[in-house]
Design a protein around this ligand. Structure first.
Ligand SMILES: *Cc1c(COP(=O)(O)O)cnc(C)c1O
Length: 393
């Protein structure tokens, strides 16, 4: 039986056509794009095409607004540090309680080591941003507003185009960690106030270790990596040509198929959620159900330990993640679900199912086949289950 992989928010399978597009760039087209000869020029051509493919997926106005990085984490670090270092007199950041660690860990570090003030805006029970809190946090010393486009645990979407406008009205730059959104929701950055956006290849069926920072033309900028003049002096280091070509190919695929895929992935996700709720009591769908990624189902089960659930699903050939996995790969309860004030018992039993274009009906039906029994067995061994009360009363 083929494994059922429902952890696409952690990483996706590299598309076979992406791998095929990359292969020649390891062998006969091995050149350095900075070299003055034909071998180098061929590599520069490969990078140029990929830049246009990423530009097209983002709906960016210029191809040189794309700066290739080693992934989402580097793009986030670059954006935040650049915004602080390029705007003297502005030493505050506004972000949210539900960002990826690639934003929150850096923000905490800057607060501790540089005295940067970090405003962490909260969310409501569905994971929606507290807009009053957001507006209060903006001020004349705000260097950067950094709010993710889509949350990796619940799929909840944030109104980033509105937030970018508000950031600009306060004279601040706006960055969005769109690692989960790029390739999953249609984008047209040229029609927005967004100054910087992070994306990552391996979340959209591209390779790992490659990503990009979108940097709106004219945006004040300081490079994170200083070295050669690669990426117009914005990111030193010889380009990861095979990775860049792969990211370009993945972007091209996403641009072509995003709309159709989004429809059927959403129907599969709904089949999963409805099936789970019909078969299993005291199971709750978390996140903003009216406004989230089509591929993500975050479901909390009362009176079960998600790590035990994950293990038993894994033994049945089904890969998912628990609400804690993203934060630390272990025992810490999810900071996202805590920020949503999900009751502790439900956080303990929260699983994330994340689908992709590779997911098919039989995959979902396998989950629906085995999950009720697994949850039932775990619950019957829990002393709490006997005198149970629902968590969300
Ligand atoms: C995966 C992820 C990242 C990190 O991207 P890498 O390319 O793995 O460094 C950042 N933000 C979000 C929301 C993610 O899901």
């Amino acid at each position: 039986m083929r494994p059922v992989y429902l952890d696409n928010n952690a990483t996706t399978a590299t598309d076979a056509s992406v791998v095929a597009a990359m292969l020649p760039w390891f062998t006969e087209r091995f050149g350095n794009p900075s070299s003055a000869h034909a071998v180098g020029a061929a590599a520069a051509d490969g990078v140029r095409l990929a830049r246009r493919q990423v530009q097209a997926l983002l709906g960016a106005a210029h191809d040189h607004e794309i700066v290739f990085t080693s992934g989402g984490t580097e793009a986030n670090n670059t954006a935040i540090l650049s915004a602080l270092d390029s705007q003297p007199g502005r030493d505050e950041i506004v972000t949210t309680a539900v960002e990826h660690p690639a934003v929150l860990a850096l923000a905490a570090h800057l607060e501790k080591t540089r005295g940067i003030k970090v405003h962490t805006v909260g969310v409501d029970g569905d994971g929606r941003l507290d807009m009053e809190d957001f507006e209060r946090a903006l001020g004349p010393r705000t260097a950067l507003v950094s709010v993710m486009w889509a949350n990796n645990e619940t799929g909840t979407l944030f109104p980033v185009t509105d937030l970018a406008r508000q950031a600009h009205a306060a004279g601040a730059l706006f960055h969005t960690d769109a690692v989960q959104a790029v390739g999953r929701v249609p984008l047209s950055l040229r029609d927005t106030d967004i100054d910087m956006l992070s994306l990552s290849g391996h979340k959209l069926h591209g390779p790992k270790g490659i990503g990009a920072l979108y940097l709106r033309k004219g945006t004040a900028f300081r490079p994170l990596l200083r070295g050669g003049r690669q990426e117009r002096g914005r990111r030193g280091g010889t380009e990861n040509v095979p990775g860049i070509v792969g990211l370009g190919a993945a972007a091209d695929l996403a641009a072509r198929y995003l709309e159709t895929e989004r429809g059927w992935i959403g129907r599969l996700r709904d089949r999963l959620e409805q099936g789970v709720q019909a078969r299993i009591g005291q199971a709750y769908v978390l996140g903003d159900r009216g406004n989230r990624l089509a591929n993500t189902a975050c479901i909390a089960f009362d009176y079960v330990d998600a790590d035990a659930l994950l293990l038993m699903l894994d033994r049945a050939g089904i890969a998912v993640s628990s609400g804690s996995a993203c934060a630390s790969g272990g025992t810490e309860p999810s900071h996202v679900l805590r920020a949503m004030r999900v009751p502790a018992g439900a956080i303990r039993g929260a699983l994330r199912f994340s689908l992709s274009r590779d997911t098919a009906v039989p995959d979902i039906d396998r989950v629906l086949d085995v999950l009720p029994d697994i949850v039932g067995r775990l619950r019957s061994s829990s002393p709490l289950w006997r005198d149970r009360a629902p968590t969300f009363a």
